[in-house]
Design a protein around this ligand. Sequence first.
Ligand code: DX5
Ligand code: ZN
Length: 220
Amino acid sequence: MAYRIAPSILSADFARLGEEVRAVAAAGADLVHFDVMDNHYVPNLTIGPLVCAALRPHVKLPLDVHLMVRPVDRLVPDFAKAGANIITFHPEASEHIDRTIALIREHGCKPGLVLNPATPLSFLDHTLEKLDVVLLMSVNPGFGGQQFIRSVLPKIAEARRRIDALGREIWLEVDGGIKTDNIAEVARAGADTFVAGSAIFGSKDYAATLRAMRERLAVL
Ligand code: DX5
Ligand code: ZN
C-alpha cells in the first residue's frame, strides 16, 4: 500500500506561507492540503485562489484543494487556473454534484467528494466511478486542532470496500485530528492518504514528525 501524507496549511504560519510550504516539501510531504473556507458553508474564513496562485511557484508537490464553500462551481475554474491539482468539495454545498465533478475534470484537475462525519456513504452510489479521491472528514469541517471522531473508522472501512470492489485507483483520504498516535489505526481501517494540520505545523521539526508518521505506517 502506498501511503501519502498531506500537511494542511491551515495550521501553518500564514504570515510566512511560502516558506512553510517549502519547509513541509523539504520535510517529505507528498501533497499540500489547502483548506478553503467561506464563513457560509463553514463558520470560518481562510484563503482563496489568489493565495493558491501565489504558493504555486514555491512547491512542485500536488496542491490538494479542499473546498468548504457554497456555491462550489464558481470557484473551480479559478482554482484550476491557480494551479490546483486535486479539487474536493462537499456534496451538500453543490446544487448538482455530477456537474461539479465534471467541471473539475474539464478544468484538468482530479475531482474528489468530501463526506462529513454524519454525511452518509450513499453519496458515493452514483459518483464513485467518476472520482479520483474520496475524502472522509474525521472532524466537523471549519477548524484545525479538533479531536478525531472515532465513529468514522468503520465508515473508512466501508469506503475502502466500495473502492476495492470498483477496482480503479481512487485515493481514500481522511482529514481531521490525525496524529502520529492514531495514523496507523486510520490506515488499518483502509485510508491511504492522511491530512494532518496541527500535528505537523504545530510540531517543532516537520521532518521528524513526518518521519514518525511514516514509521507507524511502515510496520503495517
Ligand atoms: C478542517 C480542515 C482540516 C484541518 C485539519 O475543516 O479541513 O484540513 O486543517 O486540521 P487538524 O489536522 O489539526 O485536525
Ligand atoms: Zn481539509
